[in-house]
Design a protein around this ligand. Sequence first.
Ligand code: PAF
Length: 288
Amino acid sequence: MILFKKITDLRNWLERQRKNGKSIGFVPTMGALYQGHLSLIETSKQKAAVTVCSIFVNPTQFNDPADFSKYPVTIEKDIELLAAAGTTALFLPDVPEIYPNGRPESKKYELGYLETVLDGSSRPGHFQGVCTVVERLLEIVAPDHLMLGQKDYQQCLVITRLLALMGNAGNGIQIHICPTLREENGLAMSSRNMRLNEADREKAALIHQSLLQIREELQPGELAPLKHKISGLLSSDGFQPDYVELANAKTLALVEVWDGKEELVALIAAFLSGVRLIDNMLVHKATE
Ligand code: PAF
């Protein structure tokens, strides 16, 4: 695996790959890698001739500075994992390399409704920050294939929108949304799990169980009673739920009354011992 810290070096190398007819797969990350990221690398290896992974803890997407400063950094282990997984190149820039003129404030991405719900409203500015860095990274890497994890469901929709906003630069990039990997107890794998103690890791599986319960108990009609019940159960088990929602799986429009046909995704965000955990599940697939 080749390690690049400078944009120019990475671009020159990518240029040579393209001249040799090689397609580029890209896995953007913030490091603290785990099996879920490695499954994205695996997908990239199947889709593209070369796989570039980036590790950059992006300051512009943290609306809470404390969350940024607590974000786990495990670079040496990450490098080992990526090399063992067969990653072709790692891009490891520092903040001035990505933002040479300081934090870019001026650009506003038109994310519309997507920015007003769920993590969009709970984490103001978060998705603007994600778009800022992802657009920058995509301009640098110009991949053919972009791998994203379903665990960040709303982020997948936001980045799909970003590609549309990027016009020609985004058109040629194919997104692949890879399934969420889970611990044995069902807990969605996440870099944030590193901040949970053993007892909380066990308890955190309740989020996945709640999603299964929603899928099980989902009935056409008013959805508020089911959402309140699940939220109440999480609270009584020591979580601070941020949201328990059901939404249209394509648009993320929140659904209050379900017709029994619309494709639905259930999404939960909840704090446990100060760590914000998110998970989601497609609970109903549309029937034609
Ligand atoms: O999902 C993440 O790790 C980040 O939001 C991303 C896409 C790498 C942008 O910083």
